[in-house]
Design a binder for this molecule. Structure first.
Ligand code: PEP
Length: 245
């Protein structure tokens, strides 16, 4: 993965998120079948598959994890530190995915995870996005500003941060945001980032992306790439998404 974060529009970023799915056999088959085409592909696999994914995917895709511990190590049963993920070959980690936020991670815990990632030279992919209730209450910009603002100091420490705009109501629901809504929200994200950061930060769209709608998002100037959950589990579908990007 090119960590320099220059304008990536020429070579789109296609990130997959397997969530709590997969097996060694499925990973082997996926690695054999997946073709990134011209996209810069990356996949977030469950922790036990990190090393094997790095080995199998080689130059086809960068490998990352879906979350990391807030702690560098010690008495935190069940957790995986950024150093351990990096030791397994992870190049990046998602932070603040809405499924983790819904399970209790607040903005402070998300910011702490970014700091852990940065300390181990992992690229943080910060996920932000509003619930349907917040959108309907007209709070989209406020929510994005709060989530980005809370992570700003830590993001600034990263050489190559990435942000993913993922409306919570579009994740895993099949109810994708329209390209117009995605454009407006990613535009807001970029405006907020511009006020906070000097350097260019790529922004992905995520939420029920599939091969059939990927090109619509990638036609939007503001969108630098995609974060794909369910549809990334099938190598042929994710390859088609990369090709459509
Ligand atoms: C995600 O897990 O980040 C995601 C966007 O999921 P899905 O594509 O399944 O909506």
């Amino acid at each position: 993965m090119n960590a320099s974060n220059q304008n990536t529009k020429g070579r789109p970023l296609c990130f997959g998120n397997w969530k709590c799915n997969g097996s060694i056999a499925a990973l082997r088959q996926w690695a054999a079948d997946f073709d990134p085409g011209g996209a810069q592909a990356a996949v977030c696999v469950p922790y036990p598959y990190l090393s094997l994914a790095v080995q199998l995917l080689d130059k086809k895709a960068a490998v990352g994890c879906q979350d990391i511990s807030l702690h560098a190590g010690g008495a935190h049963t069940g957790e995986v530190s950024a150093a351990m993920a990096a030791d397994c070959g992870a190049q990046f980690t998602l932070v603040g995915h809405s499924e983790c936020r819904q399970a209790g991670q607040d903005d402070k815990a998300v910011a702490g995870r970014i700091a852990q990632a940065v300390g181990e030279a992992l690229i943080p992919v910060l996920c932000v996005g509003e619930t349907l209730e917040q959108r309907e209450a007209g709070k989209l910009e406020e929510v994005l500003a709060d989530q980005l603002g809370a992570a700003a100091a830590e993001l600034r420490q990263s050489r190559s941060p990435i942000v993913a705009y993922e409306p919570v109501w579009a994740i895993g629901t099949g109810r994708a945001a329209s390209a117009d809504d995605a454009q407006k929200a990613v535009g807001l994200v970029k405006g907020i980032l511009k006020r906070t950061f000097v350097d260019y930060i790529p922004v992905l769209y995520g939420g029920s992306v599939k091969a059939a709608n990927a090109a619509e998002y990638m036609a939007v100037d503001e969108i630098d790439g995609l974060l794909v959950g369910g549809a990334s589990l099938k190598a042929d579908e994710f390859s088609a998404i990369c090709a459509a990007s």
